[in-house]
Write a protein that binds this ligand. Structure first.
Ligand SMILES: Cc1cc2nc3c(=O)[nH]c(=O)nc-3n(C[C@H](O)[C@H](O)[C@H](O)COP(=O)(O)OP(=O)(O)OC[C@H]3O[C@@H](n4cnc5c(N)ncnc54)[C@H](O)[C@@H]3O)c2cc1C
Length: 291
């Protein structure tokens, strides 16, 4: 199918884009990579009257460390994260996630910000950002709002973003000393969305116990999920096999998968248990200096 009729506007600044969103309200949609929005428009599941294309706005494709955080711009593509030496060397969880999203064509266009704004529970970035406790910077008509990722997802395809706000940046805390992360995904075939995927982040103290734990889950609930009970299970403990198995079991119990074409709920729960075990082991290994 072809999309319904729409007006196309291409602002050259964030302020102009926000002004257009303010003027057109719920009838407008931001266009970033277009790899979620355009398919929905072609299926006529979305029919915005105005498309506000932000791709001509300069200065939105940053990927740099500053003031204790990594700033990822609204136009930073999945492929920018996948190929960045900074990401590869210092943010292994993000590097893992970037390379398993879809295929190279999608990764060349799709953006991290767009993925979060779209709020598909099957989006890989949601789980990854929950694990590392990212913050979303929303720019609206009056001011910038910094939204902790824990407060960003409201429901499937629904976030706390206002209709006149743009995600202008994602901020990821810089990795602490003795920290490591990992992202693991199982998909039916290369390029598909996850059957289930998990992101894990750990910070070890001087004695090797977990000072901080972040666990995000993909496609096993109505939104991207943070596995809070699993994190609690591990926090303060040395991540030996018993502690990791306890956390993995807790995550499999607290997720809420649906039975669908990708498999029955019980299979997905067990997949979460297995993936969390593997991802935690890898994160701990990286926190200790391994690859
Ligand atoms: C074949 C295929 C396979 C895919 N597989 C995967 C996968 O395995 N894993 C995965 O995570 N994703 C996958 N995707 C989705 C892909 O990663 C999308 O690119 C991404 O989810 C959305 O980013 P985008 O920049 O393309 O957003 P767009 O499609 O441009 O926009 C998506 C939504 O977010 C809004 N939006 C976009 N940017 C902003 C902003 N800065 N501020 C406010 N609102 C904004 C738009 O208005 C729209 O509602 C796949 C897509 C395709 C087509």
């Amino acid at each position: 199918m072809i999309p319904d009729r729409f007006e196309y506007v291409a602002p050259s600044s964030v302020a102009e884009a926000v002004g257009l969103l303010q003027r057109y309200g719920a009838e407008a949609k931001v266009l970033a990579g277009g790899h979620s929005l355009i398919p929905l428009m072609k299926l006529r599941l979305a029919s915005p009257r105005y498309l506000v294309d932000i791709n001509r706005i300069r200065g939105l494709a940053q990927l740099q460390e500053d003031d204790g955080t990594l700033g990822v711009g609204a136009l930073t593509r999945h492929a920018d994260l996948e190929t960045s030496e900074l990401i590869r060397s210092r943010y292994p969880l993000l590097a893992d996630a970037a390379r398993v999203i879809a295929d190279p064509l999608v990764r060349n266009m799709g953006t991290l910000a767009g993925s979060l704004a779209h709020a598909d529970p099957a989006g890989d970035w949601g789980a990854a950002m929950l694990a590392v406790r990212a913050q979303v910077v929303a720019t609206g008509p009056r001011r910038d709002r910094t939204i902790p990722i824990d407060e960003f997802f409201v429901d499937t395809f629904t976030t706390t973003l206002g209709p006149d706000e743009i995600v202008s940046e994602i901020r990821v805390p810089k990795p602490s000393p003795r920290s490591g992360g990992a992202y693991l995904k199982v998909e039916r075939k290369v390029g598909d969305f996850a059957i289930a995927a998990v992101g894990t982040y750990v910070v070890l103290d001087e004695k090797g116990a977990c000072r901080q734990v972040g666990i995000g889950l993909c496609n096993v609930g109505a939104t991207s999920l943070r596995a809070k009970r699993a994190e609690e299970t591990l926090r303060g403990r040395v991540p030996d096999e018993k502690a990791i198995a306890d956390a993995a079991r807790a995550a499999s119990e607290e997720c809420d998968p649906a039975s669908d074409l990708r498999g029955p709920a019980e299979y997905k729960r067990d997949l979460v248990r297995v993936l969390i075990g593997r991802a935690l082991r890898r994160a701990v290994q990286r926190a200790k200096g391994g690859a």
